[in-house]
Unconditional design. Structure first.
Lengths: 389, 84
């Protein structure tokens, strides 16, 4: 127990240092040039962070989900793009670790540990209206193996990943909701760009659309149905890790507001600083956000006490982690906006130490990555039937 | 043994599951989700079952596995009706 806690603590400390010494240094350039945060990802690889969640028996560090979440927060404070790439990779690793079945995937986890491979995901598809629970493209038999061709509207860091984790209909005869997850390597994949990624925020995630074509072996198809993976892992872990990234962004914006107010107070000792009053309001917004993000993480950990995870299969659980996503994604830009008003023009400037433009722009992505309106429409249905919300 | 509530369950599925196949063609153990029932449709099925059988599914039973086949639904309805 103590060992695990120590491993968690030293992992988070290591990530925080990479955040400060590498990610923060390049964050403005990554944002300005809409380029992949290669320095920070290289440093994370160097530290073995790609396999942090992989069990020790497969060569990983086996830190807890809480430590991964904390790492997302620490990176989110310094560079949102680095943090989001890290978070999305860990979601893919968590999916494999928690639904592990078969020697092929065990061998793959060993390769993630040994080679520090970066995994991207291809879950969205043109024509599904943003519903991750449906696929149009099927897995089809192809020569000595299988193949898929999928039109993806966005694939975050797709061009920089070593592997892609793609949802598809399990067979050409399967219904759209009968989905499988396929792990295919970059050298088994052809990525044809279908768009650009010149966005207002999260520019360094490099997430244009692609036509994804892959050829792979049967063993590379995860046995667990994606519907189960979604309920037990993909949705709750995504929402927890993303919201820790957003909490990091909001916290950094708040800290810039605090630095500004303190500097103002020092200039005129003894005189009240009106901005401090507004900052206090922002603090209560940030505190509410932090409470929701941290309690969702605690709930998730508790829901995993039973190895069968019955609690994660319920609709109440879906509502719980949807509510986290809705709350955190709306609160993060609100905090950044609040800080903008506290600081004023110095926060509006890109080249000011008090600038929060990047934070605000990055935080605005939160309500769009899985659109909140879609989540509300799912919740609206569940509300009719769930007994305790 | 034939499912006790089989005909009423099939009627609910016909009206609410929005399956691309004929409900009568389904076996008792056929996976309804694989047959094309979406999560959204499954919520409407749950609501209609509560209405039809005048019962309430507790939160612990509101999960995919309870509604994945006619047999599974029948077992859940049987359990709740017996407890009522």
């Amino acid at each position: 127990m103590t060992l695990a806690v120590d491993a968690d603590r030293s992992f988070v400390e290591q990530i925080r240092r990479i955040g400060e010494e590498v990610a923060a240094v390049h964050a403005d350039a990554v944002d300005h040039d809409a380029r992949f945060p290669e320095e920070a990802i290289a440093a994370l690889r160097e530290a073995g962070a790609m396999s942090a969640f992989v069990p020790v028996q497969f060569g990983g560090a086996e830190v807890s989900i809480a430590a991964i979440a904390r790492a997302c927060f620490e990176l989110g404070r310094r560079c949102s793009a680095t943090a989001m790439v890290f978070a999305m990779h860990q979601i893919q690793v968590a999916t494999i670790v928690r639904h592990l079945d078969g020697e092929w995937f065990e061998g793959f986890l060993r390769r993630v540990s040994a080679e520090q491979r970066l995994i991207a995901s291809v879950t969205s598809e043109i024509g599904t209206g943003g519903d991750m629970g449906r696929s149009i493209a099927p897995v089809t038999p192809d020569g000595d193996g299988f193949a898929l061709e999928k039109q993806a509207p966005t694939v975050s860091y797709g061009a920089y990943a070593d592997d892609l984790f793609t949802t598809a209909r399990r067979t050409p005869q399967s219904e759209q909701v009968d989905q499988a997850l396929v792990l295919h390597h970059r050298d088994q994949t052809q990525l044809e760009p279908t768009g650009t990624w010149d966005t207002i925020g999260m520019r360094g995630t490099c997430s244009p659309g692609f036509t994804v074509r892959a050829h792979f072996a049967f063993e590379q198809i995860l046995a667990a149905p994606f519907a189960t993976v979604m309920n037990e892992t993909h949705v709750p872990v995504s929402h927890i890790l993303w919201s820790h990234v957003w909490l990091g962004i909001a916290t950094e914006a708040f800290e810039r507001g605090r630095a500004f107010v303190r500097a103002a107070a020092r200039r005129n000792p003894g005189t009240p600083v009106p901005a401090a009053h507004s900052l206090s309001r922002v603090m209560s917004e940030l505190t509410m956000m932090r409470a929701e993000v941290e309690s969702a993480l605690r709930d998730f950990v508790a829901f995993n006490d039973d190895p069968e995870r019955p609690d994660l299969a319920t609709l109440t659980s879906v509502l719980r982690f949807n509510n986290l996503k809705l709350a955190a994604s709306e609160q993060a830009p609100r905090v950044c906006m609040g800080v903008l008003e506290v600081i004023g023009i110095a926060a509006y400037k890109n080249d000011s130490p008090y600038g929060v433009g990047r934070h605000l722009r990055d935080a605005l992505s939160a309500r769009l990555m899985v659109a909140n309106e879609r989540i509300h429409s799912v919740d609206a249905g569940l509300l009719m039937i769930a007994k305790e919300v | 043994m034939a499912a006790t509530y089989d005909p009423q369950i099939r009627a609910v599925l016909r009206d609410h599951a929005r399956l691309p196949v004929d409900v009568e063609s389904l076996g008792a153990e056929t996976d309804l989700f694989a047959a094309g029932m979406s999560s959204h449709a499954s919520v409407n099925v749950m609501l209609a079952l509560e209405d039809t059988f005048d019962l309430e599914f507790p939160d612990a039973m509101l999960k995919r596995s309870v509604f994945e086949s006619i047999a599974a639904i029948d077992a859940a309805v049987t359990e709740l009706c017996a407890a009522a």
